[in-house]
Every structure is written in structure tokens, then in C-alpha cells.
Design a protein around this ligand. Sequence first.
Ligand code: NAG
Ligand code: NAG
Length: 242
Amino acid sequence: MANHALLLSSFFFFLLHFGAEAATITVRNNCPTTIWPATLTSGPGQPQLSTTGFELARGASRSFTVPAPWTGRVWARTHCSNNGGRFNCLTGDCGRGLSCNGAGGVPPATLAEFTIAPGGGQDFYDVSLVDGFNVPASITIQGGTGPCRSSNCRADVNRVCPGELQVKSGNEVIACKSACVAFNQPRYCCTGEFNDPNKCTPTNYSMIFERQCPDAYSYAYDDKNSTFTCNNRPNYVITFCG
Ligand SMILES: *[C@@H]1O[C@H](CO)[C@@H](O)[C@H](O)[C@H]1NC(C)=O
Ligand SMILES: *[C@@H]1O[C@H](CO)[C@@H](O)[C@H](O)[C@H]1NC(C)=O
């Protein structure tokens, strides 16, 4: 009897503290071609999600749940193929095949970043171009309370990407590196003496991204942190190319 009661209360404890707290992230593909979204959990001690990579046909969407707390990112891989049984992608490749299993994507790739709080607390989320851009992306919010603004980069930055930042496939620009990724210099990466929000200021390169996508992070100390927050366990929709 006592054991049953204990089991039952453990079960409800589990539901209350884990099940009920999960947030749903839906990924939609508005791009004209198939994409291969990937997820990476980066919060210390947090396990990878049930999916770390999948194929998503044009027009399709797929949802998965994330526990709370959870810190991680979602990005799209493009131009993927199975060459001789080896799956790889020209942008966002994680080097592990379709499932990334804890590996990040090779930059440049547009990132949708999340810090989901436990207990219906304050979530942080943003679209980041700090590692560059591959496809447009937007995060929209369902439910929740607070600002809950959409963070997005709907412009095609590849069209205005300067030559020194371009990633090309044939003649087509398929991604645009950030200056940090292209030149690996402290003033672009906000490292070394520039590891300070007051010293790492916008550059001519970060301004290209900022002008195209003012609601996305354009460099590491871009001052947008407080802007994209939402409380009370909203769900999220990430739309690539829309
Ligand atoms: C940005 O500035 C650097 C030097 O400060 C210059 O070499 C480069 O050509 C500039 N690039 C663009 C796209 O304005
Ligand atoms: C924003 O700042 C808070 C407080 O410093 C930090 O906990 C959080 O991780 C930051 N969020 C993002 C998305 O950078």
C-alpha cells in the first residue's frame, strides 16, 4: 500500500515537474527545397533531445518537446546529400550524419537559440547571425505572457553578402559567414581585449547583418538580450524561409 502511494506520488511529482513543463517547438519549412533541421542541447548536464536531426520536405512541419530547463539551438542544414552512403550538407553540417547526436553545425548557419526556464519562469530566445547566415528564419511565440516578441531574420542575407564572406556552390551564394567566422579576429569575435560589451561594438560587417535583420543578433555583444523574453511556458514555432 505504502509503496503504491509512493509510486503514485512519484508519478505525479514527475508529471508536475517534468511532463507538465515541457515546451513544444514546431519547425516549419517554407523554403523552396528540402532542409534538414538539427538540434543541439548545450545546457550543462542536459541530455540531447529525442531528435537531433531530421529531413523536412518543402511545406512540411514537425514538432518535438523540450524539457524545462533547456538550453539549446535549432538550425537548418541545406544542400544535403548521401554520397556513397555518407550523409553530408554544404551548410550547417554536423559531421555525424542525419542525427547530430550532440555535435554542432559548421558555421555559417542561422541559429534559433533558446533558454527555456523551469517553473514557467522567463524564457530567452533569439535568432542569431553571430555565426553567419544560411537561410532566413523566424521564431514566433504561442501563448506565454510578457513581451513574447517574434525574433526573426526574414531577409535573404546571401543576396547582399560581400565576396569575402560568401560560401558558394558553383555560382550560387548559399551562406554568408560572419566576420568572426571569416577572419577570426578579436574585434569581430568579441574575444581578448574585445571581450567586453563596451569595447565590442558594431563593425561594417556586422552592420550588413543588422540592416537586413534588425531583430536578430548580428554579433556577440549585440544588445538584444532583454528584448526576446516570454514567461509562463509558451510554445515556439521556428519557420525557415518565412
Ligand atoms: C570593412 O572594413 C575593413 C577595414 O576596417 C575593410 O578592409 C573592408 O573592406 C570593409 N568591408 C566592407 C564590406 O565594408
Ligand atoms: C541573457 O542574459 C541572462 C542574464 O544575464 C542570461 O541568463 C541569459 O542566458 C541570456 N540569454 C541569451 C539568449 O543570451
